[in-house]
Design a protein around this ligand. Structure first.
Ligand code: ADP
Ligand code: MG
Length: 447
């Protein structure tokens, strides 16, 4: 295995071990700069993230890498900027298109080459979305504008919005088009403000013929981003350009989204994509197998689709099966599928067995305080709030009695616990930042 393939393998394994959000924002940005004499140099596209990655994931990265190389490696983290380019990684792994130049406008389009209309399986849950996106690809700006697609994780939003980009780039290469995520858009604005290049930023975005923005919910609550997005939106639309947005929830449920944006979002066509049913999941797997040139018997595809509901996990487990089959040089058969499936089911079950100690530890580390401080008597806000979050999580997630929670937290009275639990539920309704904090802790614990 060459070192790039090795790294992709390690990454696909890590993807299953840590939360999706952390993987996407942190680990997916890493690459292997070099790997010699059991010394792996890990770099990151965004040099600013490398310390965080090292701090949070050194252990698990090392463990995973070691497990594939069967050696004890030394890992060095280095802030090295790097741009993904088209590689010949083989059919197993995703490659990204290089920079695309259209009409002198360089568009950073990191498109997954597999996310095309041709590779999209249609079912009752997504046929409306499919019809709308293909119509837009064929005649942008003239049908539904904007198109707002929403749905849960793995329902195919990114696939469809990128399919529009693929189609357009092939069909009308001169169209000025940008595909980016809400997060990338936000980062670019922050950078432009910092570098005083907002004029260039405006010029770049406001002159687009097509603007595809994925996971737009990310911009909510960020005021300069929303402001800029609003003007970008208007400028593009007034000039007849097409806008497509995706989000994990409908516009009316995006908290802290400015009203003027919300009304823009629903001004065109809004479509939801439902979770894929068993047949669709089977079809998706067969497509993924075919793309990789793997002959996956339909019975095995069904077996996988029946056990795993989330398409991303499904794909992850499938890749694991392929890696195992390649490294051990054995065919993809029922035995192998059952083995890996069994492992992943055990892992999920383990994840579901969260103990009170897990909750206490994760919360303490999230708020960066020591266990002794948590169980201690000091009542400063710095300690009181995390304590209350723990009461809340123990009560609502593990259904532990108030008395027991009191004992777990260094002998506190049950009325104190009750007060804390109620306080957290009240604050959750009002304070977005605190809500996000708790969501993150939950995600860390329960996936
Ligand atoms: P979302 O953006 O909605 O979270 P993605 O578009 O990333 O979901 O889809 C997750 C995975 O499932 C991707 O690999 C995608 O190609 C695949 N997928 C989802 N729906 C379909 C479909 N209808 N046909 C083919 N592949 C699909
Ligand atoms: Mg997506």
């Amino acid at each position: 295995m060459d070192s790039q393939t090795l790294w992709q393998t390690v990454l696909s394994d890590l993807e299953l071990q840590i939360s999706r959000a952390s993987f996407k924002t942190l680990l997916s940005q890493t690459h292997l700069v070099s790997f010699n004499n059991k010394r792996a140099i890990v770099g990151c596209n965004n040099p600013l993230l490398i310390n965080l990655i090292e701090k949070k994931y050194r252990k698990v990265i090392k463990k995973t890498l070691d497990s594939y190389t069967k050696t004890d490696n030394k890992i060095v983290f280095q802030p090295i900027a790097y741009r993904e380019k088209e590689t010949t990684n083989g059919p197993l792994f995703k490659t990204y298109l290089p920079l695309i130049e259209t009409k002198g406008l360089v568009t950073r389009m990191r498109l997954n080459p597999e996310y095309t209309f041709k590779n999209f399986a249609i079912s009752p849950t997504n046929q409306m979305a499919y019809a709308a996106t293909t119509a837009i690809a064929k005649s942008p700006g003239s049908t539904y504008n904007p198109l707002f697609l929403y749905g849960g994780v793995g329902v195919g939003k990114t696939h469809l919005i990128q399919a529009i980009a693929h189609y357009t780039v092939n069909d009308k290469p001169t169209v000025k088009i940008i595909y980016c995520t809400g997060e990338e858009f936000t980062n670019e604005i922050i950078e432009a403000i910092f570098r005083k290049t907002t004029t260039a930023f405006k010029k770049k975005y406001r002159k687009l013929d097509m603007f595809l923005i994925d996971d737009v919910q990310f911009i909510a609550g960020k005021s300069s981003t929303q402001e800029e997005f609003f003007h970008t939106f208007n400028a593009i639309q007034q000039a007849g350009g097409q806008i497509v947005l995706t989000s994990d929830r409908p516009p009316e449920e995006i908290n802290k989204l400015e009203e003027r944006l919300r009304s823009r979002f629903v001004g065109g066509l809004t479509i939801d994509i439902g979770p894929p049913d068993f047949e669709l999941r089977t079809a998706i797997l067969l497509i993924k197998a075919k793309q990789r040139g793997v002959n996956l018997p339909i019975e095995l595809a069904k077996m996988l689709a029946a056990s795993i509901k989330n398409t991303r996990k499904l794909e992850g487990v499938f890749i694991r099966i392929l890696i195992e089959s390649q490294t051990r040089k054995i065919p993809v058969n029922e035995e192998l599928v059952k083995k890996i499936l069994g492992k992943s089911i055990v892992e999920t079950e383990k994840k579901n067995r969260v103990s009170p100690e897990n909750i206490i530890k994760s919360t303490a580390s999230y708020y960066n305080i020591k266990l002794s401080q948590l169980k201690g008597k000091r009542r400063d806000r710095k300690f009181a709030w995390p304590r209350q979050v723990i009461y809340f999580l123990l009560r609502t997630k593990l259904d532990i009695s108030l008395e027991q929670i009191g004992v777990l937290l260094g002998g506190r009275d049950h009325t104190t616990i009750l007060y804390g639990v109620n306080k957290v539920s009240r604050i959750l309704e009002k304070n977005e930042d605190m809500r996000v904090d708790i969501l993150r802790i939950k995600k860390e614990l329960f996936g």
